[in-house]
Design a protein around this ligand. Structure first.
Ligand SMILES: [Zn+2]
Length: 298
């Protein structure tokens, strides 16, 4: 190829790239960060050699990711309270979740460990976006939860719905509740999702296996973030993805979604929350204050 032909080839290549950019007008990346089974784990325990996790470090990690990705979508799949009652610690956990500014949080059975009145009082106090579509308190004067929320990122509207698995309540001593089976309620909830929604998330507080079954049964759901089981795993279905984080904030799940017209390319990874993230000083001091007020270690 002579110099003239090379120039023509380069100009043609630039024009083709430009045309493909126009054709891909809907191209956009979404950066989703997810947690689950945080278990009220406020600070690193320093109990192992290579210890991970704890909210004080996790907050620093999210703050740092947000500087890089100001539009990141932060989601949680439930069980952010401890599995046993500890009101001061669980209240502080809510305060930390509020600081993190989640887009949506699933309700897990552990959130009822202090009783529904404590939970509702804390949710109202911190205005936390806790979603649930299938749990009903049997008493009429209890506040019901919102089933779904919608957020906008650029040209894309994202719908988020949340359900809890009735089986997760089996071993928990909670007030009398009714949990509507997921497959029945999901058909109803999905009917109310407006057609303007481009991408649909389900925050499912239940086992990974059941989450995969829901994904297969409801192809309109694009992403399921599961919780309850303390295992980190992910499964790519045909054009959906089901992911699940570990526990105690040991890792942040990161799901990058490359949107090309109506196709989504999912890239899932896990960021270890280790000593490279310093502990958030304000919340470290809040923990010290609670420890001294209550004369106990958390
Ligand atoms: Zn659970």
């Amino acid at each position: 190829m002579d110099v003239f032909s090379t120039k023509k080839f380069l100009i043609a290549a630039i024009i083709i790239s430009f045309l493909s950019l126009i054709a891909d007008g809907n191209t956009q990346d979404l950066f989703v960060v997810y947690t689950g089974n945080l278990n009220g784990y406020l600070e690193p325990c320093n109990c192992q050699q290579a210890y991970l996790g704890g909210m004080t470090r996790l907050i620093t990690a999210v703050d740092s990711l947000r500087r890089e990705h100001p539009d990141l979508i932060l989601l949680d799949s439930g069980d952010f309270f401890k599995s046993y009652p500890l009101p001061a610690g669980n209240w502080l956990m809510m305060e930390m979740m509020a600081y993190l500014d989640y887009e949506a949080i699933a309700l897990g059975e552990q959130e009822l460990v202090e009783g529904s009145k404590f939970l509702i009082r804390a949710l109202n106090n911190f205005s936390l976006p806790v979603l649930n579509g299938n749990l009903r308190f049997n008493s009429n004067d209890e506040q019901q939860f919102t089933a779904s929320t919608f957020i906008q990122r650029g040209d894309f509207q994202i719908g988020i719905v949340s359900l809890v698995d009735s089986a997760s309540f089996k071993f928990s001593a909670v007030e009398r509740l009714t949990v509507i089976p997921e497959q029945i309620i999901l058909s109803e909830v999905l009917k109310k999702i407006p057609p303007t929604v481009d991408l649909l998330f389900l925050l499912y507080h239940g086992t990974f296996e059941k989450a995969v079954v829901l994904a297969e049964k409801f192809p309109e759901i694009d992403v399921i973030i599961a919780g309850h089981a303390q295992i980190m795993t992910a499964s790519n279905l045909r054009d959906q993805i089901v992911v699940q984080n570990g526990f105690d904030g040991e890792y942040l799940g990161i799901l990058e979604i490359d949107i090309q017209d109506s196709d989504y390319v999912f890239t899932n990874s896990a960021l270890p929350i280790d000593e490279k993230f310093s502990e958030h000083l304000y919340f470290k001091n809040r923990i010290r204050q609670i420890v001294s007020d209550n004369n106990r270690k958390y």
